[in-house]
Ligand binder design. Structure first.
Ligand code: C2O
Ligand code: CU
Length: 434
């Protein structure tokens, strides 16, 4: 195609493009899943062979602006099938990347074009949704950042990925993926945890935005920050109407937290334990202290926040099974309401625009992070008031929580535990919105 374009014309189009303030990707963004080797252990120690995108894990950070269109020419160069899911984003159902529900798996050597508009600013991520308990653990994920039309005033916008790995001494990934013991307990917990940070220098006094993403397949990360004075401004990509104090945080697998704050010292990402805090990563301050802004951290511009209707349809989702749990009627380790795995018919058929009040009951001995595709939902606070908007909600053992979902996005949407081994061994279902 480009053969007919002369060099002169080509330069002309390039210059024209750079003169525009900001454009949606004119050409599809290439994304290739492939085996990669990475330095997860400290430099000088062994390397880790796994999977990644475009030569690395995490894959490239895809960054665009709200309302823009993302086209991805996906190429599966793995020796096995896969598919890419765009976690947390309100997109066209056909692009959701769920084999068995929205597309066929992309076979080894095959391609697939993902193409969707990203309507809402926020911190999202993408990951394999095929054999995800293994492929995500091998490294098939990356950040998807959608910027506000007018982003907040910060000096650095930094993506922080929290993950853990189960490694041999050599640095190799332990090969026991998908064993029944992990599935029936908390999932594949790693023996090495780390905050993956870009190589940037921040200075004391500078204001930074941290977009923290938990990409682990099972680990619920407690997180404390040092060296920054700030506020929590968003959860799972949705702005908080009022920024919140930066206390110790908890992130279930797939959850995100955005923080904006001013650097006071080395910014340390700490995993608190009863004895002492383990440092998962840090941003060292440079030699150029800045004069801190006097302005407070304010709320991000409001985003899509559908209003739940008062006459919501009541539905109950009971998590059952697992080790030390009760018996259930499902035919695998875990179930929702006694059904394991994806049923042929949806668990619920919902009219577009209808509100549902889902009572999530954790009738098991383990925590679960329950994720709904294609929508955010309101957690209902213990006092009955409407709480945070999230796409993944964490229920500790024995806990019950109501959520309010305005099902405003048509299609077939997965509802599952984001402890990916639990999902693999039964804890998933789907709803149809028409
Ligand atoms: Cu993060 Cu069903 O996915
Ligand atoms: Cu679970």
């Amino acid at each position: 195609m480009t053969m007919s374009l002369s060099r002169r014309q080509f330069l002309g189009t390039t210059l024209a493009a750079t003169a525009l303030p900001r454009m949606a990707w004119a050409a599809p963004h290439p994304l290739r899943a492939e085996p990669v080797v990475s330095q997860i252990l400290d430099a000088g120690e062994g390397q880790t062979a796994g999977y990644g995108f475009n030569g690395s894990t995490p894959g490239p950070e895809l960054r665009l602006r709200a309302g823009e269109r993302l086209t991805v020419a996906f190429d599966n160069s793995l020796p096995e099938p896969t598919a890419v899911h765009w976690h947390g984003i309100r997109i066209d159902n056909a692009m959701d990347g769920v084999p068995g529900l929205t597309q066929d798996p992309v076979a080894a050597g095959d391609r697939f074009d993902y193409d969707f508009v990203t309507p809402d600013a926020g911190t999202y991520w993408y990951h394999s949704h095929h054999q995800s308990w293994e492929q995500v653990a091998r490294g098939l994920y990356g950040a998807l950042i959608v910027e506000e039309a007018t982003p907040p005033d910060v000096d650095h916008d930094i993506t922080v990925i929290l993950d853990d790995w189960r490694l041999e001494r050599s640095g190799a990934l332990a090969g026991d993926f998908g064993n029944m013991h992990d599935f029936a307990h908390a999932g594949r917990l790693g023996n090495f945890a780390k905050a993956l940070l870009p190589d940037v220098t921040v200075n004391r006094g500078q204001r930074v935005r941290l977009r923290i993403i938990n990409t682990a397949t099972a680990r619920v990360f407690p997180l404390a920050l040092e060296g920054i004075e700030g506020r929590i401004v968003a959860l799972d990509g949705r702005p908080l109407p009022a920024p919140r104090a930066l206390d110790e945080m908890l992130l279930a697998p797939a959850q995100r937290i955005d923080v904006i704050g001013d650097v006071t010292d080395a910014v340390r990402f700490l995993f608190p334990t009863p004895e002492e805090a383990f440092e998962m990563g840090r941003l060292n301050p440079g030699q150029d202290p800045a004069t801190p802004r006097e302005t407070p951290v304010t709320a991000l511009p409001d985003a899509h926040r559908p209003r739940p209707s008062a006459d919501a349809r009541a539905l109950t989702l009971r998590m059952q099974g697992g080790a030390m749990g009760g018996r259930h009627a499902g035919d695998d380790i875990w179930s929702f309401n006694g059904v394991s795995g994806l049923p042929d018919a949806p668990w619920a058929r919902i009219d577009r625009g209808e509100t549902a009040r889902l009572t999530l009951v954790n009738d098991t001995a383990f925590p679960h992070g329950i994720h709904l595709h294609g929508h955010h939902f309101h957690e209902v606070n213990a006092d009955g008031t409407t709480g945070d908007l999230r796409d993944t909600t964490l229920l500790m053992r024995g806990e019950t929580r109501e959520i309010l979902v305005v099902f405003d996005n048509p299609g077939k949407w997965l509802l599952h535990c984001h402890m990916l081994g639990h999902q693999a061994s039964g804890m998933k279902t789907w709803v149809e919105v028409a």
